[in-house]
Design a protein around this ligand. Structure first.
Ligand code: NDP
Length: 290
């Protein structure tokens, strides 16, 4: 069994981007610029944005965090998006989700210029990726594809089962793996909360991707020997053995499933770190496209 080291691959990618940005600087070019719009003071969102800004610094990017209060109106946020769309010094930007309940997230996503949508959530990018055309791929699915490439995991002709059908993980990763491309050419099945007898599907998987958020959903009896597992789920559970009082669990019961796998991503340090690396790749691409 090979433990997939997402942290290591993410570091590799950030190093590769930093070398490209260094070459741009030597050629007298300005660095790529990523802006993150952060609404309110949600602890998890603050942490994610801070990590993205730290990664920008390591890549040599310029980065800006635009902070707005919880009571910002939808129109004020739309005005901010319009300003960023028009700002030639900004290559890409993200609006950190979730937004407060009085703001329509989809409306905000659709207001972003798709050429600066480095999160890959705009319908134009989602549609282009589904059609097999160039476009920004959402960070988590792109991260999974990169891990498959860097670990040389064969996908063509293999059966892939995706558990979860969200717009940001399940649907796009299924779409990427069914492409006539490499990685791709999988026979893909998507399961969700209305799928009866989940185990009948997961047992068929050569590649199993779980994006649910239910610790221990997948147990040893639900996988076939030799499966490659990508566990996207992250759930914080109370713990008496960590200083923080909690630890993170994936959707897969790691201890019982790992010995059966050809490859498996751990939690933490598997798919998670790849998300930020993919965002940095998208930002560099947005800059190059300009
Ligand atoms: P969503 O809540 O949007 O989607 C969860 C999916 O799981 C839904 O499609 C749901 O089905 C399905 N589901 C729920 N219960 C079951 C079940 N018992 N059997 C089969 N399917 C089920 O989640 P996200 O895709 O946004 O995130 C999923 C997990 O991944 C979360 O833990 C999240 O924290 C984590 N995550 C991690 C990232 C990373 O960087 N590593 C990035 C993004 C997410 P239905 O559609 O029918 O409701």
């Amino acid at each position: 069994m090979t433990l997939i080291d997402g942290k290591h691959i993410s570091e590799q990618i950030i190093g590769e981007i930093a070398r490209e940005v260094d070459a741009l600087a030597r050629a007298g070019r300005r660095p790529p610029h990523l802006v993150a719009v952060l609404v309110g003071h949600d602890g998890a969102s603050e942490g994610y944005v801070a990590a993205k800004m730290r990664a920008c610094a390591r890549c040599g990017f310029r980065s800006t965090t635009l902070r707005l209060e919880d009571d910002v109106t939808q129109q004020q946020l739309l005005d901010t998006v319009a300003r960023l769309n028009a700002d030639d010094t900004v290559d890409g930007f993200i609006v950190q989700l979730p937004l407060p309940p009085h703001i329509d997230e989809q409306l905000i996503i659709e207001a972003i210029d798709y050429r600066k949508d480095v999160d890959g959530f705009h319908p134009v990018n989602v549609g282009r990726v589904a059609l097999g055309l160039p476009g920004f791929v959402a960070a988590t699915p792109q991260g999974i594809i990169t891990l498959m490439e860097r670990y040389g995991i064969a996908t063509a002709g293999r059966r892939c089962v995706v558990v979860g059908r969200s717009n940001i993980v399940g649907k796009p990763v299924a779409s990427l793996l069914m492409r006539k491309a490499q990685p791709g050419n999988c026979t893909v099945t998507i399961c969700h909360s209305a799928t009866p007898h989940l185990e009948q599907f997961t047992r068929q998987a050569d590649i199993l991707i779980t994006a649910v958020g239910q610790p221990g959903l997948v147990t040893a009896g639900m996988v076939r020997p030799g499966v490659a597992v990508f566990d996207v789920g992250i759930t914080r559970v109370p713990s008496s053995s960590t200083p923080s009082g909690w630890h993170l669990l994936g959707d897969v019961d790691f201890d019982s499933v790992a010995p059966l796998c050809s490859f498996i991503t751990p939690i933490p340090g598997g798919v998670g770190p790849m998300t930020i690396a993919s965002l940095m790749q998208n930002t560099l691409r947005a800059y190059q496209n300009q």
